[in-house]
Design a binder for this molecule. Structure first.
Ligand SMILES: Cc1cc2nc3c(=O)[nH]c(=O)nc-3n(C[C@H](O)[C@H](O)[C@H](O)COP(=O)(O)O)c2cc1C
Length: 364
């Protein structure tokens, strides 16, 4: 199948990043409505993975932030993802930070963003999920929730509970995002007392919602890469104590060492893409060490190839998610990662060299 993204990329990269983002998604919607996407984009082979009571058709998902409002669910699903995570959505709509707020750093295959949870509010998002054909046909839609910028950090739990109540019926799983660097003090929620209080409130609210709806929806926590061993151990203990179902590692980083001297390298916000890969993988490794098989880990951060996806799984992840890699590699990356992670690849690797094993899996 011809990969047209390398031809389109120079033109897209000549546009403002946020404009390119909007334009790409509206064109994807059009292509999907015309039934073109499934023919134009290589579809990964089925490779189901069972996790938290959900069967994921393949282990490669879309990371939060690319479709904050759930406006492009059917188009994105047609690219071959095993699951989509939409959001971050907040209880009330908000415009986010002033533009420009998204920057490309092509030499580093990276992005810096300070979007600030721009979104139409949780109710609008829920309506869009319900009207998507993907969701109606049983597709997996995780919804990532956050707090409004105007809500004081002491009242954060009330925003998360409100958002959880609103998404509970439609979400396949709910992700609690406490790791974005673009909402003031949000990452302080990763600290001992605040996290304990937040998870306590969410635990109680989830129990009540489980009783009301007769179904227990999985609750995931998304954490930052800028944590030391002590922080990670503490988070792991709280995940176990409050029966959180999975942990997503990681969000973007505030570190800038890898992009020193590059254009836009000192812009405020979260850095994603290749420079966050090692830090994210190290968080996955530490979480695995503390959690063992008790709580599954979803690996995200700097996956730009099938090999990077494998690295996350080899370190302890059970699923992976992509964002910045899609901007640098295009949708082909999804099938490439899915092929690399195909359950039998590891077995084949013991019989053949990596490249041969990879080709056999792609061929099958
Ligand atoms: C422009 C942009 C916006 C993002 N917005 C969100 C968001 O709203 N919520 C969230 O949990 N993560 C958000 N992220 C973080 C990604 O989901 C992901 O965790 C991070 O970018 C690392 O993965 P990557 O290196 O593959 O991009 C955003 C990332 C980018 C680049």
């Amino acid at each position: 199948m011809i990969d047209s993204y390398p031809l389109l990329r120079p033109w897209l990269f000549s546009l403002d990043p946020e404009q390119a983002h909007t334009l790409t998604l509206s064109n994807l919607d059009r292509a999907q409505r015309w039934g073109l996407l499934r023919c134009l984009v290589e579809q990964p082979a089925a490779d189901p993975r069972g996790l938290c009571g959900i069967t994921f058709p393949n282990p490669v998902g879309l990371a939060a932030g690319l479709d904050k409002d759930g406006k492009h669910i059917d188009a994105l699903a047609s690219l071959g993802f095993g699951f989509l995570e939409i959001g971050t959505v907040t209880p009330k709509p908000q415009t986010g930070n002033p533009k420009p707020r998204m920057f490309r750093l092509p030499q580093a295959q990276a992005i810096i963003n300070r979007m600030g949870f721009n979104n139409d509010g949780v109710e609008a998002c829920v309506k869009r999920v319900r009207s998507s054909a993907y969701w109606q046909n049983g597709g997996i839609v995780g919804i990532n929730i956050g707090k409004n910028a105007s809500t004081p950090i002491e009242n954060a739990a009330s925003d998360y509970v409100t958002a959880m109540e609103a998404v509970y019926e439609v979400a396949s799983y709910i992700t609690v995002n406490i790791s974005s660097p673009n909402t003031q003090n949000l990452r302080a929620l990763q600290g001992d007392e605040m996290l304990r209080a937040l998870l306590g409130s969410l635990h109680l609210a989830r129990e009540a919602l489980s009783d009301k709806h007769g179904v227990r929806k999985p609750l995931f926590l998304k954490i930052a890469p800028d944590l030391d061993q002590g922080d990670i151990k503490l988070i792991a203990d709280l995940l176990l104590e409050f029966k959180i179902d999975a942990v997503i590692a990681t969000n973007t980083t505030i570190a800038r060492d890898a992009v020193q001297g590059l254009e836009f390298g000192q812009e405020a916000g979260g850095l994603s893409g290749y420079p966050v890969r090692i830090a994210s993988t190290e968080v996955v490794r530490s979480l695995k060490q503390y959690l063992g098989n008790a709580i599954p880990i979803i690996g995200v951060g700097g996956i730009l190839s099938g090999k990077d996806a494998e690295e996350k799984m080899d370190t302890g992840a059970s699923l992976v998610q992509l964002y910045s890699g899609l901007i640098y590699r295009g949708p082909k990356l999804i099938a490439e990662c899915a092929a690399a992670l195909k359950s039998n690849l590891h077995a084949l690797k013991s019989l053949f060299d990596t490249e041969t094993a990879f080709h056999i899996v792609q061929f099958c």
